[in-house]
Design a binder for this molecule. Structure first.
Ligand SMILES: *Cc1c(COP(=O)(O)O)cnc(C)c1O
Length: 429
């Protein structure tokens, strides 16, 4: 193999490698990461004078325990020595069985059945397929549409795109080609009766054609980093029950403690009919997601003319990912994770408060281990990223948002530095 210098690698990268939402050939300067440990990413070469960056993003919500964690490494290593993968059709194995059982145990009670897939978007596809197939199987094939509220994000494959925010989102291009879903207004932060009424009425009006309501509970992530009152989940639950519509919670971002509850559904003490988890499921080590459903949904599907769920990814139930996921869940629940998330919430509240006085800042909000500074203009990505890197922190702003969801293991000093970097990015972006 030829030796590549960092410059060679970056040059090849720009010429051949797509990055998320990127052009080809690449125009952006990527940072070349050589390794990562704890909350730090180590770069191959210094950028703006920094060789190490504190990761303020948890690699997009996932690396909740930080990088290179000895417990997760050991889980991967010992599974690797047994098998890294076998097909899941006709075969099964302990890591997947144990993971499914563990997920059933820690998610809301009615969720009893688990479909393991390889990414969040696929988990949402499976959720949609479950709901549509449920209604088809129980003799109501007209119920094929989905309802969501604006400002959401559910992934980049076809069905998930159709329920992402239709305006200003990353998928605007596809309006007209996507399935046409039904949108309610974006949920206000605080509980408003008039909005709750709008939700109920929209569900009632479309009940005949609605298979499911799908939402991100309590926090809308990549669609705009907005928080809303858990009381709306109760409204959705009641309206869905009243009008015969399934309720899907996409907890791919909110799951595993990020909002201060283990799952955002727990803030409202209720259960959806179908729930998706992903991102932090494996502590950021490997790609895996899961779709859980109630026995009613499973029984409905099984009573149909085609009594199976026709979905089966090649890497379904991947043992390596399942083993790391189990270890990650045990690691999380074996510590005072609620205390750690609270500690980070306090640190973010303290550290981001000063952002309120920065010119161009429209809003500062914190929930659990999520901190958001919203500007009154679109971020200058390059300037904002550089400002954060100069502070020794990795941030990835988008639209008008500079935000952080640090690993739960982030120490107080590092957290204060992340907050300084968010403020610097807000000042210069
Ligand atoms: C990231 C995300 C997805 C998509 O997950 P991928 O693993 O990127 O496919 C879906 N829903 C929500 C809420 C997400 O945050």
């Amino acid at each position: 193999m030829p030796e590549y210098s960092p410059t060679d690698l970056l040059d090849l990268d720009r010429r051949h490698v797509w990055h998320p939402y990127g052009p080809m050939p690449g125009r952006q300067e990527q940072l070349l990461v050589e390794s990562a440990s704890g909350v730090r990413l180590r770069l191959a070469e210094p950028a703006h004078g920094q060789r190490e960056l504190i990761d303020g993003m948890s690699s997009w919500w996932s690396a909740v325990h930080g990088y290179n964690h000895p417990v997760l490494n050991e889980a991967a290593r010992s599974q690797l020595d047994r098998m890294s993968h076998v097909m899941f059709g006709g075969l099964t194995h302990e890591p997947a069985v144990r993971l499914a059982a563990r997920l059933v145990e820690i998610t809301p009670g009615p969720l009893q059945h688990v479909f393991l897939s390889d990414s969040g978007s696929v988990a949402v596809e499976v959720a949609v397929k479950m709901c549509l197939q449920y209604w088809r199987s129980v003799g109501q094939p007209r119920k094929q549409r989905l309802l969501t509220w604006r400002g959401g994000y559910h992934g980049d494959t076809w069905q998930p795109m159709s329920v992402c925010d239709p305006d200003g989102g990353m998928h605007e291009l596809w309006q007209g080609a996507l399935p046409r879903q039904i949108f309610a207004g974006a949920p206000p932060a605080e509980f408003e009766k008039s909005y709750a009424r709008e939700l109920r009425e929209t569900i009632a009006r479309h009940a005949d054609e609605l298979a499911a309501v799908i939402v991100e509970p309590v926090v809308q992530g990549a669609g705009g980093m907005r928080f809303h009152s858990p009381a709306y989940l109760q409204v959705l639950r009641e309206a869905c029950d009243e009008h015969g519509v399934l309720l899907v919670f996409d907890e791919i971002a909110s799951g595993f403690g990020r909002t201060g509850a283990l799952f955002a559904a727990d803030h409202a003490a209720l259960s959806p009919d179908v729930m998706c988890v992903g991102k932090a499921l494996t502590g950021g080590y490997l790609s895996m997601a899961a779709t859980l459903c109630t026995s009613r949904v499973a029984a409905g599907i099984s009573s149909g003319e085609v009594p199976v769920l026709a979905h089966g990814p090649t890497f379904m139930g991947n043992p390596l990912a399942a083993s790391v996921a189990l270890a990650s869940i045990d690691l999380l629940l074996g510590q005072d994770w609620q205390g750690e998330v609270k500690r980070i919430e306090r640190g973010l509240l303290d550290g981001l408060d000063q952002a309120r006085s920065i010119e161009g800042v429209r809003d500062v909000r914190v929930l659990g281990a999520i901190g958001v500074v919203q500007l009154d203009h679109d971020v200058d990505m390059k300037a904002a990223t550089a400002a954060a890197v100069r502070e020794g922190v990795w941030l990835r702003p988008f639209r008008d948002l500079i935000y952080t969801m640090p690993p739960y293991v982030t120490g107080d000093d590092d957290l204060a530095r992340i907050c300084r970097a968010v403020c610097a990015a807000a000042r210069e972006g």
